[in-house]
Design a binder for this molecule. Sequence first.
Ligand code: GDP
Ligand code: MG
Length: 438
Amino acid sequence: LAERLQGTLTKIRGKGKVSETDVKEMMREVRLALLEADVNFKVVKQFIASVKEKALGQEVMKSLTPGQQVIKVVNEELTALMGGEQSKIAVAPKSPTVVMMVGLQGAGKTTTTAKLANHLRKKHNRQPMLVAADIYRPAAIKQLETLGKQLNMPVFSLGDQVSPVEIAKQAIEKAKEDHHDYVLIDTAGRLHIDETLMDELKQVKEIAKPDEILLVVDAMTGQDAVNVAESFNEQLDVTGVVLTKLDGDTRGGAAISVKAVTNTPIKFAGMGEKIDQLEPFHPDRMASRILGMGDVLSLIEKAQTNVDEEKARELEKKMRTMDFTFDDFLEQLDQVRNMGPLDELLNMMPGMNKKGMKDLKVDDKQIGKVEAIVRSMTKKEKQDPSIMNASRRRRIAKGSGTTIQDVNRLLKQFEDMKKMMKQMTGMTSGKGKKRGKG
Ligand code: GDP
Ligand code: MG
């Protein structure tokens, strides 16, 4: 899908002005992207209308092509729709700050309660107390206690025979006595919203007077998340949302819908099952993720300022004529280097932050090694690697602080690369081997 968007982008590249047809075409892709990411269709409709208006009204900035311009507006508007700025967790003027966690069963309340406690201590130097107020789910208390042990943090519980309201009341008193500055109340959820649950949560709210009610929503539930958020918000006046399981396959369209429908900021994102996998939610990053394009814009900007187009063209010509030498190789390496750390660059590329690819790291050390080897070659060797005999290889390895194996590998890779170029040039000029039909 990101490819489709890119395709449209390429088509209108080079035009001086954004025309209405351009915008329409782009918006069609954006609309599909959003729907595919499970954004509520009403929200999408509204969003597209507002972007169209903005994009058409804009003068084309000098540094951006019209396509990028539209994408930029889309990105900005999406970010705004999700709240713009990153929103922080509440702090009560007088300790302790009481936070109540609510949401459906399985959404991730208990896990998030522990994650949040960990976050508060690590990043904000706080001393939270956890409260086990889910007396219905078997082993829910135990689950929180285990997490508390893992964190070496106190968990308040009165077993499952005392009402959640009473638990909350006593817990807050205890927290005051023990000088805890945050009280995190883990409540029960149901598979579906029902009145009994809501009534009970309302009672807990009345007693606990929470400074923050965090609604925990499973991002994987897509459209359903919106309905859930809507009812919880109606009943309890939620002050913030935690979107969990964003580490899964989901594109996170729920993030947009939930914010748009409840008008409540998303404060945190759950990125895995582990206790440290909770992150403050960043609307701008989520916008890019939803559009599936990484930080395409910043990548384009970086590349434009740093790579000399003239040089790039020259290089391409050389590749085609087979004059490509290790000198050219070095120059190319420099250009890439100028753009910044390689893994950072790769991460900005669309598709690179997809599942399975996100751990991909380019080893800057490896590149450094390659560079050292090439720099240890003599001028002659760089121009014509075919003269490279055993003693030359040994000398280069020594001079570059690498091994002969490293040198051999690079020489082989270079040869392979040239071969590949040859094939490519052959194909484009029509002289390449024709593929048989069978
Ligand atoms: P609760 O019923 O709302 O208290 O939900 P739990 O905290 O018990 O979590 C339900 C399941 O979701 C557990 O297996 C958690 O490990 C898992 N879970 C919670 N948050 C995340 C998350 O951000 N990512 C992933 N992958 N799993 C999560
Ligand atoms: Mg639970």
